[in-house]
Design a protein around this ligand. Structure first.
Ligand SMILES: NC(=O)C1=CN([C@@H]2O[C@H](COP(=O)(O)OP(=O)(O)OC[C@H]3O[C@@H](n4cnc5c(N)ncnc54)[C@H](O)[C@@H]3O)[C@@H](O)[C@H]2O)[C@@H](O)CC1
Ligand SMILES: Nc1ncnc2c1ncn2[C@@H]1O[C@H](COP(=O)(O)OP(=O)(O)O)[C@@H](O)[C@H]1O
Ligand SMILES: [K+]
Length: 479
């Protein structure tokens, strides 16, 4: 798991570590890491460092200092390095001196043009969201072969991942000490490109309790997706139940079933009008038309394609009465938004999987730009794990933990893709995984499945996701 810390925690850790080091040590470590990534990129894209043109964009703070010291190092290796002040008039004196000594030059904003590599050191963790118009106009004149953001792309909200107005769009971001929210959530994460984390020695001073987000890694998912042991039978692996579909939405049950079949449960039960189609497509699923005769399960999924009529409401009531871990998706979310009594007094774990419109129905207003806080607010209010769908799906647990999903592709924005996600999720819950981890694992594997299904530009639909989910599970299990 990679932890993500907000600016205050980073500053606290930096000051603790700096107290025992000669002044400027951390900046030199940052500059050395930045130089390495920059040099590697120059070699990769332009064949070498010597003679390549590098432009340093600076502002008034230490972010520009990092860029200037890294630029001085690149100038020492023969790159033609220029620096331009994009924001304000105050400059980082130490960095300026180092660059001048190394043979770098300072140019006026009118003279910027194309450069092989541009280092964006306008603002870092001291940046307020939204750059002044003068800075934006200066940035517009910059043309880059490759843009590398120093710490974060300038202009973003570092702690929320919002991108206000014009922010720098980088192909690479070199960050120091730890990940910050802007790297993993919201539109800012789209502006970062590939993230390179440089160890500057502050890790030991970062307190776990100050972390605001966690990013699951492949090894976490591999550990969470239970594998059967010698003592297992189909029941001990967990039985998942799916209550889905209606004559109006007959496809949703098949897609949810396909998602569940890729999960760790030992058996799947199905209740709904499409029970025959479900068995014909998935003969291992035990299916009945009515929820009353469905049998016992360790976790229920309700909602995909059920509609919101009286029959769907009755089915949902039945599911909630079972008091087992339950996923509410799609129409079930609309129903609980309409009938708040449905969740009153509930004790068994609940996972809700809203997209933004469903979130608005449940919460009363749409998610804010700070999606992690929005998901957490709904999770606390309803005492349920909330999987807030979107480009970087957020999972918030009412216990306060929040996960940012690192996988996925916009190709997943296709009808029925949420049904397969919900199916996989109920299988993970049935296997005994807690709600937060089950939701985080489902989002991770679903995102990876989307990447696989859409690889090499292939058009992907939800029908492709069942097989792709199996490939995703296999791939996280392959060391
Ligand atoms: N603190 C440390 O120990 C370390 C910091 N490092 C670097 O230092 C950076 C932070 O430096 P600073 O704290 O100096 O902050 P920044 O360099 O991010 O920017 C601060 C300056 O920019 C101005 N500013 C910010 N946003 C603005 C806006 N939207 N419009 C107009 N002016 C704006 C501020 O008023 C201030 O003068 C980090 O991101 C990192 O790059 C690294 O050298 C590693 C060590
Ligand atoms: N722009 C995007 N980038 C990445 N993933 C996306 C994007 N838009 C939607 N998704 C993902 O696609 C899925 C869509 O689910 P949902 O909206 O429930 O669709 P449906 O109801 O048709 O099944 C979710 O997992 C969501 O996170
Ligand atoms: K920056």
């Amino acid at each position: 798991m990679r932890e993500v810390w907000p600016v205050t925690a980073v500053r606290k850790a930096e000051s603790t570590v700096m107290a025992s080091l000669p002044e400027g040590t951390l900046m030199q470590r940052a500059a050395a890491g930045l130089e390495k990534v920059a040099a590697d990129l120059l070699v990769k894209h332009f064949g070498g460092v010597y003679g390549r043109s590098v432009l340093l964009l600076t502002g008034m703070g230490d972010n520009g200092g990092d860029a200037l010291f890294a630029g001085a190092r690149l100038a020492g290796r023969g790159a033609a390095v220029r620096a331009v002040q994009i924001l304000g008039s105050r400059r980082h004196e130490g960095g300026h001196k180092a660059l001048r000594m190394a043979g770098g030059r300072f140019i006026s904003p009118e003279d910027v043009g194309y450069h092989d590599l541009v280092l964006d050191g306008v603002t870092g963790i001291g940046g307020r969201p939204g750059l002044p118009i003068e800075a934006v106009n200066r940035l517009r004149k910059v043309r880059a072969g490759v843009t590398v953001a120093v710490d974060v792309p300038s202009g973003v909200n570092v702690d929320t991942g919002e991108a206000v107005g014009q922010a720098v769009h980088a192909e690479h971001t070199v960050t120091f000490g730890c990940l910050k929210p802007a790297h993993v959530t919201g539109p800012a994460s789209e502006l970062c490109g590939e993230i390179h984390l440089v160890d500057i020695g502050i890790g030991r001073a970062l307190r776990h309790g100050d972390s605001v987000l966690s990013v699951p890694e492949e090894s976490d998912i591999a550990e969470w997706v239970r594998r059967p042991g010698p003592a297992d039978d189909k029941y001990t692996r967990g039985v998942a139940g799916i209550a889905a579909g209606s004559t109006r939405y007959p496809g949703a049950p098949l897609l949810a079933a396909a998602g569940a079949q890729a999960g760790p449960a030992g058996m799947i039960r199905f209740a709904g009008d499409q029970w025959r189609q479900v068995v014909s497509r998935h003969p291992s699923i035990v299916a009945t038309p009515g929820i009353e005769e469905a049998g016992r399960v360790q976790a229920w999924l309700a909602g995909p394609g059920t509609g919101t009529g009286p029959r769907a409401l009755k089915t949902l009531e039945h599911v909630l009465e079972a008091e087992v871990p339950t996923v509410l998706d799609a129409d079930a979310l609309t129903l609980v938004a309409k009938h708040s009594r449905l969740l009153a007094g509930r004790r068994a774990p609940l996972v809700l999987t809203p997209h933004d419109r469903e979130y608005e129905r449940l919460y009363g207003s749409p998610p804010e730009g700070d999606r992690a806080s929005s998901a957490l607010a709904l999770a606390s209010r309803l005492n349920a794990v909330v999987l807030l769908k979107g480009h970087r799906t957020i999972v918030a647990d009412p216990d306060g933990s929040v996960y940012a999903n690192p996988t996925g592709t916009p190709d997943l924005a296709t009808a029925g893709s949420g049904d397969t996600l919900a199916g996989l999720l109920v299988s993970l819950l049935a296997s005994g995984l807690g709600g937060g981890r089950a939701a985080a694992a489902a989002a991770y594997l679903h995102g990876l499945a989307g990447e696989f299904a859409a690889r090499d530009g292939r058009p992907a639909t939800a029908e492709d996701l069942g097989d792709a989910l199996r490939d995703a599970v296999a791939s996280v299990r392959t060391p």
